[in-house]
Design a protein around this ligand. Structure first.
Ligand SMILES: *[C@@H]1O[C@H](CO)[C@@H](O)[C@H](O)[C@H]1NC(C)=O
Ligand SMILES: *[C@@H]1O[C@H](CO)[C@@H](O)[C@H](O)[C@H]1NC(C)=O
Ligand SMILES: *[C@@H]1O[C@H](CO)[C@@H](O)[C@H](O)[C@H]1NC(C)=O
Length: 292
């Protein structure tokens, strides 16, 4: 066998084979050549294959841009057609989506407001996403989080996914809004985010609500339904739906309002408060009781 191989190496370029070579030798040579060929081929394929598969993966179907001719010109900066990475919007891919953020303070009825808004089939409001400190550590952390929310890649119990017409979340003013307001304003301007400010008109009511709530927490933990200290305002809800250009729906919330009724019925030392505020710029808070 070694003999034959040596012979093969030395005379590799001699085309005519030795006359007396038996059939077996020829077969061996052919087999050897075949094995070599297959080996070389397999190496070549291995080297090429990552590139070819990458090329195949890069082929994407280019979607037709959505027809936005029924969106008014001034509105175009506020209308988006997100392409989420985590799912396909399918038949709603060309439903325009508006971005929003609800700014509020604790005990201002924002929880109640958000559940109402979320009862709309086309709205996803994802709650207090900036409750976690690391998400609001810097402007870039904030914008990353916002990008995910507005690309519909954020998942919460409120996410409706495919047929969203408005997506947003609730942002408490003490959750990085004041520290990073410039970067946030810039982002909102760029992306055309709708900002909804929700403030309790009656500051006195808000303060009493804060006190009442902490009193409740200590004394009678509430089971089951979460309760809010809020009075409803149907007209405002209609305004918000108009603002976000939503198809109009009756909105409902299962949250129950507590501590309703006039403040004087709830506050033991009401006379004292009355005396302090009377004649000051805050006097109206004594009377104002959630009429429009
Ligand atoms: C977009 O839709 C309108 C009707 O809403 C139609 O008249 C127009 O031709 C469409 N444009 C394109 C580019 O498909
Ligand atoms: C609202 O949601 C419904 C049901 O998912 C869908 O059929 C409809 O197209 C959506 N409307 C808008 C304006 O996105
Ligand atoms: C809350 O629910 C738990 C179990 O469901 C019950 O044991 C407890 O007594 C309830 N507390 C109040 C204040 O109702």
């Amino acid at each position: 066998m070694t003999e034959y191989l040596c012979f093969f190496n030395k005379d590799a370029f001699v085309i005519k084979g030795p006359k007396k070579s038996p059939l077996l030798l020829r077969l061996v040579v052919v087999a050897f050549a075949m094995v070599c060929g297959i080996y070389i081929c397999s190496i070549c394929i291995k080297q090429i294959s990552p590139h070819t598969t990458a090329k195949f993966l890069n082929i994407r179907i280019f979607d037709q841009p959505c027809n936005s001719s029924n969106v008014e010109e001034w509105e175009k900066p506020y209308v988006h057609y997100p392409k989420p990475e985590t799912f396909s919007r399918e038949e709603c891919a060309c439903n325009p989506v508006r971005f929003f953020a609800i700014f509020s303070m604790q005990r201002s009825g924002s929880g109640w407001f958000e559940t109402l808004l979320n009862s709309h089939v086309n709205v996803s409001s994802n709650g207090e996403i900036f409750g976690k400190r690391e998400r609001r550590a810097s402007v870039s952390a904030i914008t990353q989080t916002l990008d995910r929310v507005y690309n519909l890649d954020w998942f919460s119990s409120a996410s409706k996914n495919e047929c969203n017409a408005a997506v947003g979340f609730k942002w408490m003013l003490n959750q990085g809004v004041m520290e990073h307001h410039e970067g946030i304003a810039e982002y909102f301007k760029q992306k055309g985010v709708h900002a909804i400010f929700l403030f309790r008109r009656n500051l006195l009511r808000r303060m009493i609500s804060v006190l009442a709530n902490s009193y409740d927490k200590r004394n009678k933990p509430l089971n089951g339904t979460h309760k809010s200290h809020v009075h409803s305002s149907i007209e405002k809800l209609k305004e918000v739906q108009d603002f976000l250009r939503l198809p109009y729906r009756e909105l409902t919330s299962r949250q129950v309002k507590i501590h309703s009724g006039h403040l004087s019925k709830q506050v033991q030392n009401w006379d004292e408060i009355h005396k302090v505020l009377k004649g000051t710029q805050y006097e109206s808070f004594l009377h104002l009781d959630y009429q429009r």
